[in-house]
Ligand binder design. Structure first.
Ligand SMILES: [Zn+2]
Length: 508
């Protein structure tokens, strides 16, 4: 640990000008050295029996994660929750074979900082320290538009990493890779950073690459085996000299310093081979991860409350749906309703105004995490809507462990029909809030007339109000199909009250 601290202090000024953009990762040679030192320290200091216990237990080790969304000064640009969650879930899959799983600790955190929205790579140690939540893994995510470094692990405190919005697309192995760095895994090509191994194709590599601890790892079964110290320090990750994003299998004729051809593991998550090749950590890498979890005292967190996998789940939307026309409710609440989903710990709800019925989003009206597992409705003020306009809404079940439900299941509705003078009078909320199918109205919308159809002949009084509560029409119902002439009515929404039941009709 002493090494780590010394090196960290020395490295601070270096991070800022490390300008080469790695496609995959922000960890260069210097940080790789630090990561490797931490791994070697862990290896030297581990309590072997504690490690064996953790490694051999069948229970999953759960680790809480705090996610921080970095927006601009206006609180915009946080990125897409669904994509970030899907990326998180994809990462978790790669840690499942070794019984390590992460879960998102709500609440999500939001940071509004123009500087960091534009350049997270230059964030100061103090800035990060102020935001971090103790006893969790802290993942910051944002665009970093001016310094779009791919996702990177960083050294300060060794317990946070940055996920570039562009890398949070729901697939890929980048987050698992960065988390591997955080948990002390160097690149298998450690030492070759910024060196193109193809320069040595067809002949022996130099035995020393200079730089930080530049001893070249030899082919595992070759003479002078040095896998325990050279390269990434693991003997079951074969020598790998490829430090650029590369297709697989690796076909270059690369040879170790003894002129023996190397044969890297293109499946290793810490390598730079294409995402489609990358699937696994080696056993020694898994052991190093467990040892680091012990060192961080991350081995005894409680499990998340719900272990339900929400992948592919949809919350059935009850209303409004199917392009329902709802009367513009100005001073009333609009209520969205849905069916509860088993295993959900809350819901992500979004209401958007759209261009006609379709996908072109004009503005977000409501965006809310409702952290109540029993929530089945959400009401908001009708003053947030305008008419006549098009809207769509979506509600997504979420939980801490596997929050990867379908995020883009929309239902649409449109608003219509009330005179702006309604604002002066105030709406009768009791008229708007109830609905019943005990009687039918058709046609609806109506042009010249509509029919009130009841189950049985009744002498109930029908009273029709406009949306500000003025009585427009009043008559006893004298037949099962009662016709109302609306030729001279002002177009708009009317509420029909029959006994204790109410319905709406739109008059065009
Ligand atoms: Zn990396």
């Amino acid at each position: 640990m002493k090494n780590l601290i010394l090196v960290s202090a020395f490295l601070l000024p270096l991070l800022g000008f490390s300008q080469e953009i790695h496609n995959k990762c922000g960890v260069g040679l210097e940080e790789g050295y630090m990561i490797k030192q931490r791994m070697l320290d862990n290896r030297a200091n581990v309590d072997v029996s504690q490690f064996e216990n953790l490694k051999n237990r069948s229970a999953v080790t759960y680790i809480p994660v705090t996610i921080h969304f970095i927006g601009d000064d206006n609180g915009e640009g946080y990125g897409n929750y669904g994509d970030v969650f899907a990326t998180f879930c994809a990462m978790n899959e790669l840690y499942l074979p070794q019984n390590v799983q992460f879960y998102i600790k709500f609440p999500l955190r939001y940071v509004n900082s123009q500087d960091h929205h534009e350049d997270m790579f230059s964030a100061s140690q103090q800035y990060i320290a102020n935001l971090k939540v103790d006893n969790t893994l802290n993942i910051f995510t944002g665009k970093s538009t001016l310094n779009p470094y791919a996702s990177f692990y960083t050294s300060w405190g060794g317990d946070w990493l940055f996920l570039l919005t562009a890398q949070a697309q729901g697939e890929g192995t980048t987050l698992a890779h960065e988390l591997g760095h955080l948990l002390t895994l160097p690149h298998p090509f450690y030492g070759w950073e910024d060196i193109d191994a193809r320069d040595y194709e067809g002949g022996p590599s130099p035995s020393d690459l200079g730089g930080w601890n530049g001893e070249v790892e030899k082919f595992t079964r070759g003479t002078g085996k040095n896998c325990y110290s050279a390269g990434d320090g693991f003997c079951d990750t074969p020598a790998d000299y490829i430090s650029f994003i590369a297709p697989c299998p690796m076909t270059y004729d690369l040879r170790d310093p003894s002129d023996i051809s190397i044969d890297p593991d293109e499946n290793n998550i810490m390598s730079y081979y294409y995402d489609e090749c990358v699937t696994t950590f080696s056993q020694e890498q898994q052991d190093a991860i467990m040892i680091d979890i012990i060192d961080r005292q991350w081995d005894n967190f409680s499990a998340p409350a719900s272990l339900t996998d929400l992948a592919g789940t949809v919350a059935t939307q009850i209303g409004p749906i199917n392009n329902n026309i709802i009367p513009i409710p100005l001073y009333n609440d609009v209520t969205l309703t849905w069916d509860a989903v088993a295993g959900a710990e809350g819901y992500y709800l979004i209401v958007e105004r759209t261009y006609s019925f379709g996908v072109v989003q004009l503005e977000i009206i409501i965006e809310e995490f409702i952290m109540d597992p029993n929530a089945i409705s959400y009401s908001f003020s009708g003053t947030l809507l305008i008419e006549p306009e098009y809207y769509r809404w979506s509600v997504t079940p979420i939980n801490e462990y596997k929050p990867c439900a379908e995020f883009d299941t929309y239902e649409q509705f449109t608003t219509t029909g009330i005179d702006s003078s309604a604002a002066e009078t105030g709406l009768r909320s009791d008229l708007i809030s109830e609905e019943s199918n005990n009687f039918e109205i058709y046609p609806n919308p109506a042009r010249d007339m509509f029919i009130i159809s009841t189950d049985a002949k009744t002498d109930n009084l029908v009273v029709i109000y406009n949306t500000v509560g003025q009585i427009i029409f009043e008559s006893p119902i004298i037949s099962r199909k009662y016709e109302v002439n609306v030729t001279n009515w002002t177009p708009g929404v009317y509420i029909i009250e029959l006994g204790t039941k109410k319905q709406r009709v739109v008059v065009n």
